[in-house]
Ligand binder design. Structure first.
Ligand SMILES: [Zn+2]
Length: 258
């Protein structure tokens, strides 16, 4: 027997499914991530899909069938018009949400993550026109915070081995071990730390800032070319080392042509 239920969700992504249908992934406050199908045959997709974009909080009426959920009705609860109308903002939300889709499993309740996604939408809705560099920086910052939320919080202040606070210019970054190692510990066991690479003070400070400060503060840091490149490389190395799937497009690439 099929059961109808209602939930509030943010659509993470969608893809064509079978010939006329679409398969959706959405994050809900009360069920975590869910997947459902919008049928093209029974009810015209055109009636359902305008609300099923990544730029809105929607109410979903779902049919819990044997094999999968099917959407029977949708209602837009809150639209984010500025995100919808601006290519940079749309890119930022779609890429961030696609990243979350890759990093989460279905039916794992996580209200904090729902709030985090809502927070991101609200932030992006309000930002002024930004450069492609800033957009890439914001997206990478989102990825860093999300990784931290998943449990891959990088250690950026204390040496992973001796736990002493790292001194300026005297440490290396190791993505797989998830943090920095001081020069003394590195020298003691170079074989163990052979993959650790130098990272400069400005980049480390920017990483700490991105990790600890709210989204709205991320419009402030000055972004110089070299630092920004090192910032992206560090976060990409963290994604490669810890994320279940490596996104097809990097945060940098996604924003390159904006
Ligand atoms: Zn140490």
């Amino acid at each position: 027997m099929s059961v109808l239920f209602e939930t509030t969700a943010l659509v993470l992504s969608w893809r064509p499914y079978r010939e006329h249908d679409r398969s959706y992934s959405a994050f809900t406050r009360d069920h975590g991530k869910i997947e459902f199908v919008a049928r093209g045959g029974s009810k015209p997709l055109a009636k359902l899909t305008p609300h099923l974009e990544t730029m809105a909080e929607v109410r979903l009426l779902l049919v819990d069938g044997r094999q999968y959920f099917t959407v029977a009705g949708t209602d837009r609860l809150r639209g984010f018009r500025s995100v919808y109308e601006n290519l940079t903002k749309t890119t930022l939300v779609q890429n961030a949400f696609a990243f979350v889709d890759l990093g989460t499993r279905t039916h794992e309740l996580d209200e904090d993550l729902y709030d985090f996604l809502m927070n991101w939408l609200e932030f992006i809705e309000k930002i002024p026109e930004i450069t492609a560099e800033r957009a890439g920086f914001l997206l990478a910052t989102f990825a860093l915070k999300f990784l931290s939320h998943l449990g891959y919080h990088p250690e950026l202040s204390h040496c992973l081995v001796c736990r002493l606070a790292v001194r300026e210019g005297n440490y290396r970054w190791h993505a797989l071990k998830g943090g920095v190692v001081c020069a003394t510990c590195f020298d003691k066991d170079r074989e163990q730390w052979f993959a650790a690479r130098l990272i400069d003070d400005v980049t480390l400070k920017l990483l700490r800032f991105a990790l600890t400060q709210e989204f709205k503060e991320q419009l402030r840091p000055h972004l110089s070319g070299n630092t920004l490149a090192a910032f992206h490389e560090t976060i990409e190395s963290l994604i490669i080392a810890h994320f279940p799937v490596i996104p097809a497009v990097s945060m940098r690439e996604a924003c390159k042509h904006l």
